[in-house]
Ligand binder design. Structure first.
Ligand SMILES: *Cc1c(COP(=O)(O)O)cnc(C)c1O
Length: 384
């Protein structure tokens, strides 16, 4: 397959997202040697500090070389010791997946499982903790990207802290699009990644650790199994101006430019408004959303009209419009389609294009809609 065959596609998927020209440009320069040049240590630390700013974190952020999943694994490896009692909070695919990671590092887990179309109910969660606890660590997902749901992490964080439970939050597709305040929400470890709202190239996991969690890392009784996912190997990197391994300087430079773009604007408000307009567009045109409450700001999951095969819709979008959206996976395969409106995808121009492409695709697939998606979206957003 030639290089040009994987270019020129407009991605409106819930990650990886489109990358702005200025961010791509940052990848194209010749850089210093990241192992030997002290200026790079400072550049790295400042970039990590931008993530702290975005998350209101009083501790450290580590930028790990690997896509989002590495952060999830590193958090489990570093904060879980064999035999620890871990609470898995799950109302979706990523939430449940955390349980496997925790067990891999020897945890004894109990799952608080709830409906994947509803946000986690903090009261039911607290009752579960009181009945089944104590727990040392809890894992949870902020935005369940596969179903378009965003959990109430503020209330959950406070409940976990009240019960002395260290929280590990997968906020990979939420950071930048949903309000996050680690200090105020009393969250300990928050994970994100470069390829979602940040709209930087795939390849960096961000792991943000509160002051409280930094102490917990140092208080482990047994050594961490593994090297790459052991966050303790970063200890003193700033003071000693030394990295545990060669840093991906091009990826970090691109992330820096992307973060500077993101912190400049009121990104949460922009995503919230876009998400609301996208949801209203679909419901006004006769579609049903998958989530029933706690809608995500970064992604919308819509039920596929019955008798429509997702592959056919995707095929039309790709062939006729050079566009890609997301489908459903696991139990949601062929049940939903998903629109990413995160980061660079959170743009009226791009959404106008997508709505037009969807109108034409539904028409040529003989799927009736009660209104034109494009016209409805233009009206709702004041463009018509
Ligand atoms: C994208 C994402 C990740 C990272 O996983 P990928 O393999 O990059 O998709 C982790 N958690 C959530 C909730 C995500 O949306």
């Amino acid at each position: 397959m030639a290089l040009n065959k994987i270019q020129g596609i407009h991605v409106m998927t819930p990650g990886p997202t489109a990358i702005h020209e200025s961010v791509r440009e940052a990848m194209s320069f010749a850089y210093t040697n990241p192992d030997l040049d002290e200026n790079f240590v400072e550049f790295y630390a400042e970039t990590a500090e931008l993530v702290n700013e975005l998350l209101h974190n009083d501790g450290e952020t580590y930028l790990l070389c690997g896509e989002g999943i590495l952060g999830l694994e590193a958090a489990c490896a570093t904060f879980i010791e064999a035999g620890d009692s871990v609470l898995t909070i799950a109302n979706g695919i990523f939430g449940k997946g955390f349980d496997d990671f925790s067990k891999m590092y020897g945890a004894k887990t109990q799952i608080f499982e709830s409906d994947d179309r509803l946000g986690i109910d903090p009261f039911a969660l607290e009752a579960f903790i009181e009945a089944k606890g104590p727990f040392k660590v809890a894992t949870l997902v902020h935005c369940e990207t596969p179903s378009g749901l965003s959990n109430p992490v503020e209330q959950i964080g406070k409940i976990l802290r009240k019960h002395g439970i260290l929280s590990i939050v997968d906020s990979v597709s939420a950071v930048g699009a949903e309000t996050m305040n680690m200090e105020a929400f009393e969250l300990d470890v928050v994970l994100s990644g470069s390829q979602k709202v940040m709209s930087a190239p795939v390849g960096i996991s961000t792991v943000s650790v509160s002051q409280r969690a930094l102490l917990a890392m140092q208080a482990r009784k047994t050594p961490v199994v593994g090297f790459y996912s052991n966050l303790n190997i970063w200890k003193g990197y700033k003071e000693n101006k030394w990295f545990p391994y060669t840093q991906p300087i091009h990826l970090i430079a691109a992330l820096r430019v992307a973060l500077e773009r993101l912190v400049k604007e009121d990104a949460v408000h922009k995503h919230e408004t876009m998400a609301q307009h996208v949801r209203e567009t679909f419901t006004n045109c006769g579609f049903e959303l998958y989530a029933k409450n706690c809608y995500a700001n970064s992604v919308t999951a819509v039920r596929l009209p019955s008798a429509l095969d997702f592959a056919k819709l995707q095929g039309k979008l790709k062939e006729d419009h050079q566009m890609l959206i997301g489908g459903g996976f696991g139990p949601l395969e062929n049940k939903i389609f998903r629109i990413g409106h995160m980061g660079e995808g959170c743009s009226l121009d791009k959404m106008n294009h997508l709505m037009r492409a969807l109108d034409q695709s539904f028409e040529s697939l003989n799927v009736p809609t009660s209104n034109s998606l494009l016209f409805t979206f233009l009206k709702l957003t004041g463009q018509a």
